[in-house]
Design a binder for this molecule. Structure first.
Ligand SMILES: [Zn+2]
Length: 427
């Protein structure tokens, strides 16, 4: 049965041109986009688009879904203290069951905020995968390898990472892809990195890692190796294959040049970087140098949400603050980062609203007091809208949110389970 979006304002043609159009979805794909009215076939569902904006699904290019369980558990701390004294100790206690239910909560939050695809790195990845498969989102899943040496532990970590690829690549009717994730330069040694690169090449998957997140990481790396984290990864050979590099907050001119030359996809996580006091990544400078930059939330324990609308707004505003230039990172540019750039970086998913593309579509109600009047729908989306204004979310032609109701998740059950499971972390 087809679906027709009638008279809807839509972001088309590379996520920047906004027009009032009629759009038909047949099966998984967009079959027609027309400025003229479309005939309605028997049995077709019609959605009246007046007052709404249709955008390509938002891509959260760096997340740790299960960390919603630790949202608000430890705030207002620097990264190292937060990670080593608070997050890693509770993560050691985590059970697969907790990861599954927390993933469902995270997915519910993502869908309600218009995300149709994420690149998620964590452990107990089978549980994350099970949740993603059931819910119907797109995802690039990976196991986060933490191993200073290629010893028995290091080899076991890589085996787990490889098992994720063999189990999940192409699952969920092709919606699930995989990546290989050495956690960072400071948590994985050179031999581990080199073995990971070989595995990524063997399975033709991308590397997904954290890079140059804090000043401390860069100083420590320079002291130990005489190179920046970006240059270190290049020396390991990692930048010769496709890399998704979260953060890149502390990068100098040479690093930026290298990131552009090696076509590394940087994932900007402005809210997490702000909350952990890590700094503001020089996104405008990176984009000027030709670096592709996508957008991500990072984990909800460091954000504290998985809301890509907020992330877009934060990205645009912080870049204007740090460069003291209001012309940098316009609403259009930041919308592109959250959609098309994300899909390109993840090397999968729909590349915008166009005929033949998979129907990954989000409808936003802009007919409300916080957004009216509408002179520029993208301005309304980035600078004024809230995720609560999202009414419908579709992945490959299937509704995951319809009229503000989650279709594939029993929201009340998930909330109850997470509340119950979180009790043991309350001290
Ligand atoms: Zn992260």
């Amino acid at each position: 049965m087809g679906i027709v979006l009638r008279n809807i304002t839509a972001v088309i043609d590379g996520a920047t041109v906004v027009k009032t159009i009629n759009l038909r979805i047949d099966g998984k794909r967009i079959s027609t986009i027309s400025e003229d009215p479309l005939p309605i076939n028997p049995g077709e569902a019609v959605i009246e688009g007046e007052g709404k904006l249709a955008i390509p699904g938002l891509v959260n290019a760096h997340s740790h879904l299960p960390m919603v369980l630790f949202r608000g558990l430890a705030d207002d701390l620097p990264l190292r203290t937060w990670l080593e004294d608070h997050i890693w100790p509770v993560e050691r206690e985590l059970s697969p069951k907790e990861v599954y239910w927390a993933s469902l909560l995270g997915l519910a939050e993502m869908i309600r905020a218009g995300t149709t695809m994420c690149a998620d790195m964590y452990f107990y990845t089978n549980e994350v995968g099970r949740a993603v498969e059931e819910v119907g989102l797109r995802a690039v899943l990976s196991y986060g390898v933490v191993a200073p040496e290629l010893d028995a532990h290091g080899k076991a970590e890589l085996k787990k990472a490889e098992a994720v690829i063999t189990r999940w690549e192409g699952a969920g009717d092709g919606r699930i892809k995989t990546a290989l994730s050495p956690h960072a330069v400071y948590t994985c040694g050179e031999k581990v990195w080199k073995a990971a690169i070989e595995l990524a090449q063997k399975y033709e998957v991308i590397l997904h890692t954290h890079l140059a997140e804090t000043r401390e990481e860069v100083e420590q790396c320079r002291a130990q190796r005489g190179l920046s984290p970006v240059a270190t990864l290049d020396r390991f050979g990692a930048l010769s294959i496709p890399v998704l590099a979260a953060h890149c907050v502390h990068v100098d001119k040479d690093d930026i040049h290298l990131l552009a030359e090696r076509e590394v996809s940087v994932v900007h996580c402005p809210k997490s970087n702000a909350k952990l006091g890590s700094g503001i990544a020089p996104i405008a400078a990176m984009q000027k140098a030709g670096v592709m930059v996508a957008l991500g939330t990072d984990g909800a324990a460091a954000n504290n949400s998985l809301d890509m609308i907020e992330e877009m707004r934060m990205a645009a505003l912080l870049q204007k603050v740090s460069s003291e230039d209001p012309t940098v990172l316009s609403a259009r540019e930041v919308a592109l980062m959250a959609t098309q750039a994300g899909a390109k970086a993840l090397r999968t998913g729909a590349q915008g609203l166009a005929v033949g593309q998979d129907a990954d579509i989000v409808l936003v109600d802009l007919d409300c007091v916080r957004t009216l009047p509408i002179y520029d729908p993208l301005s309304a989306l980035v600078y004024a809208a809230h995720s609560q204004d999202i009414t419908d979310v579709m992945v490959a032609g299937r509704f995951l949110l319809r009229d503000r109701e989650l279709v594939t998740i029993d929201e009340e059950k998930v909330k109850q389970e997470v509340k119950r499971l979180s009790k043991r972390y309350t001290n």
